[in-house]
Design a protein around this ligand. Structure first.
Ligand code: 13P
Ligand code: SF4
Length: 327
């Protein structure tokens, strides 16, 4: 057997998992990196945490833990490994490091950022605190550790309502996603003061697009991520975090569905539900797409890029994340 056919035979069970979304002609391009990454994980006692927006060959073939940002933060606390590779964006790697100060946390590309995290600085949070004395500050995990350090508690799209209501106050500040804040405000009596950050992926969906989808695909079920504008969420059938959307499909098995979110999400969920038709207007997240099999392999081979957090902020940022995880 040639080296190539031995490699293809070894990785054939993994290809089975993704054959509905990766054409056979493309698999040989991925097989060598997948095989090498599995070997490197054993050698380095490493685990890969992958967000739902990672491409299917990462999500289904090399990841040990997959999920939304809440699940990744929770699992990051539990991993038993020397090295954690975060296949996702920088704030997710920072969160994993905050919860694993003694482990090596790697991100395959340091430039994997987030428009929400870039929309607010620690000094903005300090100014808000001065402007609204005594009002608790709830910060979305899609922020830098420095911004988390200025906050009282974190939230994700999966627990934002529970966090806001769990504080037991009349008014909160919720940063930095204006649309998430407004979407949560529509579901609760707590008054929410919002910031003006937006996700560059979700802000592009429009209510006209939702109406067009209903016209073109009668009976379609439309799920929207809560980072979408409120007028999009209002016209959707259901809104929830990436994990909640995935669970919705698993439980209700709609014949035809569209996920108004990042493109890889539909691919990853479609793999698990061959009986559901996925209509795919979607938007790519350029930051999530910086992570590839090639740079995950390089990360494990060369131990890069090591995520570090300044000691002057790590303790306070960790507290904000831990308070969230305790709720
Ligand atoms: P989730 O927490 O829903 O996975 O969202 C993370 C994210 O970055 C969405 O754009
Ligand atoms: Fe940030 Fe939006 Fe990309 Fe999520 S999809 S990482 S919120 S830019």
């Amino acid at each position: 057997m040639s080296i190539n056919s031995a490699l293809l035979a070894r990785t054939a069970p993994l290809y089975e998992r993704v054959k509905r979304v990766i054409p056979p002609i493309e698999w040989p391009v991925f097989a060598d990196d997948v095989d090498a990454i599995l070997e490197l994980k054993k050698r380095r006692n490493a685990v890969i945490l992958a967000h739902n927006y990672q491409t299917p060959e990462i999500f289904h073939c090399v990841a040990d833990v997959v999920g939304d940002s809440l699940a990744l933060a929770r699992k990051a606390m539990e991993v038993d490994a020397d090295v954690v590779v975060l296949a996702g964006v920088h704030f997710m790697a920072e969160t994993a490091k905050l919860l694993n100060p003694d482990k090596t946390v790697l991100i395959p590309d340091m430039a994997a950022g987030c428009s929400l995290a870039d929309s607010i600085r620690p000094e903005d949070v300090r100014l808000l605190r001065q402007t609204y004395p005594g009002v608790p500050i709830v910060t979305y995990v899609n922020t830098s550790a420095a911004v988390k350090a200025e906050s009282d508690i974190c939230c994700t799209s999966g627990n934002a309502k529970a966090i806001v209501e769990g504080l037991g106050v009349r008014r909160v500040i919720m940063l930095p996603d204006e649309y998430l804040a407004k979407n949560i405000a529509a579901e609760t009596d707590v008054e929410i003061i919002a910031w003006k950050g937006h996700c560059e992926v979700h802000e592009r969906f429009s209510p006209q697009e939702v109406r067009q989808l209903r016209e073109d695909h009668p009976g379609i079920i439309i799920l929207a991520h809560p980072e979408c504008p409120p007028d999009v969420v209002a016209e959707a059938d259901f809104s929830g975090s990436t994990a909640v959307m995935s669970d919705y499909v698993a439980v209700t098995k709609p014949p035809r569905v569209v996920l108004l979110t990042e493109c890889s999400m539909s691919d990853n969920v479609a793999v698990q539900h061959p009986d559901v038709e996925f209509v795919r207007p979607c938007n790519l997240c350029p930051h999530m797409k910086r992570i590839t099999l090639v740079n995950i392999r390089q990360a494990l081979e060369t131990n890069r890029h090591v995520v570090t957090i300044d000691q002057s902020i790590a303790g306070r940022a960790r507290q904000a994340v831990e308070r969230m995880l305790a709720i």
